[in-house]
Design a protein. Structure first.
Length: 483
C-alpha cells in the first residue's frame, strides 16, 4: 500500500466533513494523512484524529451539533430512513466503504435498540485495502488445492479484518494454490465488504456473496441453504451464538475462515473454555498474524510497486492532460464529458461541434491506457452514460446507453485518431453502460457541502474510466514472494 493511496483514502473520508472541518483536515501533510485511521467528532470538543499511537487533536476546530448532523446527512445521502436499520445498530456505511460509528441517546424497544437520537459523537473509520497482504499465509490455508478452515487471532487493531478481507478476495478470484471458490461472506457490521446500495465498496472477489448487516448465527445457516458456498468467512466471533453457528457449519463441507480478539492461543483458550471448540480444533485452526506481518516486511517495496499501478496510470493520465481543458479524476482516473457539449438535448446523436473535442481528448486518454507498460494491467475500459431526472427511468436508460454507445462507436472509427492496432486492442476491453438517472450530481452550497438539490446539467454526462486486472497483479506478487 503506497503512501499516496493511504492519504487518498483519508481525503475521500474528509468529503463527509462539513466545509470548515474539511479545510482543516485536508491541510495536513501527506505522511500524516496516510497514517490516520479514524476521524472522531464530539460535540463541544476539538475534532480528533486517530493514529496508531492514539488520538491527536485537529488544531483550530470545535465540533458543533450541526457538524454531526451534516456528516450523517452526507453519509446517508440525505435519506436517514434508508439507513435506519444500521443506525439502530450504531453505524452507517457511506459510499466508498467508510463506516460512520454513532453515539448518542439510544431508543430501546424491548430487547432491541430501535435507533439513536441526539447524536453526541461519531467516528469515521478509514478502511484501506492492502491487496496481497494474505499471500504469505495463503499456502498454509490450502491443502490439495482446497481451502481449509482457519481461525485468525490478533488483539484489536492488529490487522485481522484486513487479512481476512484479502484472504476472501484471493480465494474468490483463485490463485496458483487453488481454483476460484464460491465464498459466502458474513459482514454483520459492514467492515469487510462495506456494502453500499447493494454493491461492495471494498474488493472481496468476483465469486463472493455478501450477507450484510445480519447476525452471524442467522446468516451462516441462511448462506449454507441458499448459496452452497465452498468457503464461509466471518469477522470477530464474540457471542456464544456465533460459536454455535461456526460449529454447526463445520460439518457441512465448507471451509470456515473466522477472526477473534485474542493476543495468544492461551488467551483464546481461556476465553472460550466453555465454548464448543475443542483443543484439537483450536490448534488446527490457530494462525498467528504476526508471522504474516514479518514475511511481508522483506517484500514491502516490491508489493507497493505492483499494487501502486493504479497510481502510476492516473499520474500518467494527469501528465498527458496537463495542458488540456479536460481534467482527470485524481481518485479513479476517469474523465467526464458534459452531455450538453456532446449531444443535442434529448438526443443520442453526437453533434458536429462535439467531434473535434472528442478527436482531441479520446486518443490522448486511450493512448495512455493502451501503452505497453499499462495495457497488460487493464481489464476493462468503460464508457458510461448518465442523465438528469427529467423523464422516466426507462426513457433515460435508453438515452444514457445510446449516448455511451455513440461515444464508443466514435472511438472505434479509425478516422478519429486511434490506430487500427489500438482499435483492435480496444475492442477486447470496451464495455458500454447506460445508468439512466441512478447516479445524479448534487448542487453544492456556498461552503462546498452537497445539498439535496440535483444539478441537472452536471448530471447529464458521459464518463470514460478503466478497471484493472487483479489476476495479473496476484501473479506478479506471487513471483515477487517466490524469489
Amino acid at each position: 500500500m503506497t503512501e499516496e493511496y493511504a492519504a487518498s483514502r483519508y481525503e475521500e473520508a474528509c468529503a463527509l466533513l462539513p466545509s470548515r472541518l474539511r479545510t482543516a483536515a485536508l491541510a495536513l501533510p501527506l505522511r500524516q494523512k496516510a497514517e490516520i485511521e479514524e476521524l472522531r467528532l464530539r460535540i463541544g470538543r476539538q475534532a480528533f484524529l486517530t493514529l496508531p499511537d492514539g488520538e491527536v487533536p485537529l488544531q483550530h476546530t470545535m465540533v458543533t451539533r450541526s457538524d454531526l448532523e451534516q456528516v450523517l446527512d452526507k453519509a446517508t445521502e440525505y435519506s436517514r430512513y434508508t439507513a435506519s436499520e444500521t443506525i439502530r445498530h450504531g453505524y452507517v456505511t457511506a459510499a466508498g466503504g467508510f463506516r460512520v460509528g454513532l453515539c448518542g441517546t439510544a431508543l430501546p424497544g424491548g430487547e432491541i435498540n430501535e435507533g439513536v437520537r441526539d447524536i453526541s459523537s461519531l467516528a469515521i473509520r478509514i478502511p484501506r485495502v492492502r491487496e496481497g497482504a494474505a499471500l504469505p499465509v495463503l499456502p498454509e490455508l490450502v491443502e490439495n488445492g482446497r481451502p481449509v478452515s482457519a481461525l485468525l487471532l490478533s488483539p484489536p487493531g492488529g490487522g485481522k479484518t484486513t487479512l481476512l478481507r484479502d484472504l476472501v478476495r484471493l480465494l474468490s478470484q483463485g490463485t496458483e494454490f487453488c481454483r476460484p471458490c464460491r465464498v459466502a461472506l458474513v459482514d454483520e457490521r459492514g467492515e469487510l465488504a462495506a456494502v453500499h446500495r447493494g454493491r461492495p465498496q471494498l474488493e472481496v472477489g468476483c465469486h463472493t456473496d455478501v450477507m450484510d448487516g445480519c447476525p452471524k448465527h442467522l446468516a451462516v445457516p441462511m448462506l449454507l441453504r441458499s448459496m452452497t458456498p465452498q468457503v464461509i468467512a466471518l469477522d470477530e466471533i464474540t457471542l456464544p451464538a456465533d460459536v454455535d453457528a461456526v460449529c454447526a457449519a463445520a460439518g457441512c463441507g465448507a471451509a470456515l475462515l473466522a477472526t477473534v480478539h485474542a493476543s495468544s492461543l492461551a488467551e483464546l483458550q481461556q476465553a472460550y473454555a466453555n465454548a464448543a471448540l475443542t483443543q484439537d480444533e483450536l490448534n488446527k485452526a490457530y494462525l498467528e498474524i504476526e508471522n504474516a506481518r514479518n514475511e511481508l516486511t522483506s517484500t514491502k517495496q516490491e508489493l507497493e510497486n505492483i499494487v501502486g499501478i493504479r497510481t502510476d496510470i492516473i499520474g500518467a493520465l494527469q501528465s498527458a492532460f496537463n495542458n488540456s481543458s479536460m481534467s482527470v479524476d485524481a481518485q479513479t482516473g476517469s474523465i467526464t464529458f458534459s452531455s450538453d457539449v456532446l449531444f443535442p438535448y434529448g438526443s443520442s446523436a453526437l453533434s458536429a461541434a462535439s467531434q473535434s473535442t472528442l478527436r482531441e481528448i479520446i486518443p490522448m486518454y486511450l493512448d495512455v491506457l493502451l501503452q505497453d507498460n499499462f495495457r497488460d494491467y487493464i481489464a476493462e475500459i468503460i464508457i458510461e452514460g448518465h442523465t438528469d431526472t427529467d423523464g422516466s427511468y426507462e426513457m433515460n436508460m435508453e438515452l444514457s446507453h445510446g449516448r455511451a454507445y455513440s461515444v464508443a462507436k466514435f472511438c472505434l472509427d479509425s478516422r478519429n485518431g486511434l490506430t487500427e492496432d489500438k482499435i483492435e486492442q480496444l475492442r477486447g476491453l470496451l464495455t458500454v453502460n447506460g445508468r439512466s438517472y441512478s447516479n445524479p450530481i448534487y448542487v453544492k452550497d456556498d461552503l462546498g457541502s452537497f445539498t439535496d438539490e440535483i444539478d441537472m446539467a452536471a448530471s447529464r454526462r458521459v464518463e470514460i474510466k478503466f478497471r484493472l486486472k487483479e489476476d495479473e497483479m496476484i501473479e506478479k506478487i506471487s513471483q515477487v514472494l517466490n524469489q
